[in-house]
Design a protein around this ligand. Sequence first.
Ligand SMILES: [Zn+2]
Length: 70
Amino acid sequence: MTNDDSEPRVPVVCPECETTSRIELSELADSIARHNEQLHDGEQVAEVDPEVADELANLVADELGLLDDA
Ligand SMILES: [Zn+2]
């Protein structure tokens, strides 16, 4: 647990490695790509936990101001 909430962290699951990692949002795409490249020959194995994917979409939309309907 940490109180550092300056950067949202997103759970990434890899069913083959049976791991879950919490990755900073700004590192998310790179981290997933690197993992899949190094461990799974570039296959899309590791991915954002589907349970939070919706939440993440909202979060990103919010950060980009897409929910600002002005
Ligand atoms: Zn993996």
